[in-house]
Write a protein that binds this ligand. Structure first.
Ligand code: OOG
Ligand code: MG
Length: 252
């Protein structure tokens, strides 16, 4: 398998906002290979000047696994170019078929070099926030196998984080995704692995298993609590989380 070629195909698909066929239809690929392709394709972004700012987990809720027909948690990388500020507008033309989902974000307090558990996780987090993740599969029809989506950096495309808050509860809180003032999806944060802190623990473990160190200031997106929704020009998208407030982004 030509890892570099596949990484290039996926990176260019994202860069040009043009969908490509699923890799797995032409090439057999296992998960390790898919993560290796993700890493190479991110390397191309770093060469263009993008900086790694954190990690995201995906398929941490049943709602998402069922929506996408996959069965396992995945992780991907977030860069500074993907980050927008609250109230910014994203350009639909920069994406292929973007979807939005409500998320919880953690900010890493200090470099993580030892094991994180549910008991000590809070010591490694300075702040938490509500977030919107924009996912945009580079595959035609937003259809993929688990290996395909991993190679495609887990559909990561953009994200926006609301006001960071200290010492604020993120487990068992209600969350919703709103489009133009209409609630599209409602859920509870515990849909994320039973407790979103489990996502932070998993991110720390996956990072260290894969030679990434989570550093002070890094952002972790815990995974969506509800299914994702297609978004379109002219819409205003917001995510709400009980106690964390709201964040919004416009689509132009
Ligand atoms: C993959 C990304 C999944 C989440 O929060 O579960 C994800 C996809 O659905 O395209 O970001
Ligand atoms: Mg997500």
């Amino acid at each position: 398998m030509n890892y570099n070629k596949i990484a290039e195909t996926l990176d260019l698909a994202a860069h040009k906002a043009e969908a490509v066929p699923q890799i797995s239809q032409a090439t057999e690929m296992n998960l390790d290979q898919a993560y290796a392709i993700q890493s190479i394709s991110l390397g191309r972004r770093y060469v263009r000047g993008e900086k790694l700012v954190g990690l995201k987990l995906g398929f941490t809720s049943k709602a998402k696994m069922e929506q996408m027909g996959v069965h396992d948690m995945i992780w991907g990388r977030l860069t500074d170019k993907m980050q927008y500020q609250p109230g910014d507008a994203i350009l639909k033309s920069d994406f292929i078929h973007p979807r939005a989902e409500p998320e919880i974000a953690f900010k890493v307090k200090s470099d993580i070099t030892s094991e994180v558990t549910l008991e000590n996780a809070a010591e490694y987090v300075s702040e938490v926030a509500v977030a919107i993740e924009i996912i945009d599969s580079r595959y035609q029809n937003f259809k993929f196998s688990l290996e395909d989506v991993v190679a495609d950096n887990c559909s990561s495309a953009a994200f926006v984080i609301g006001e960071w808050k200290q010492n604020t509860k993120v487990d068992d809180i209600s969350m919703s995704l709103v489009v133009n003032d209409v609630i599209i999806h409602k859920g509870n944060s515990n849909a994320i692995l039973g407790n979103p802190w489990e996502s932070f623990v998993a991110a720390a473990r996956l990072a260290s298993e894969n030679g990434e160190i989570l550093r002070a200031g890094d952002i972790i997106l815990a995974g969506a609590a509800t299914p994702a929704v297609y978004i379109d020009k002219g819409q205003s998208i917001s995510a709400h989380a009980e106690g964390l407030g709201s964040v919004y982004i416009d689509v132009k």
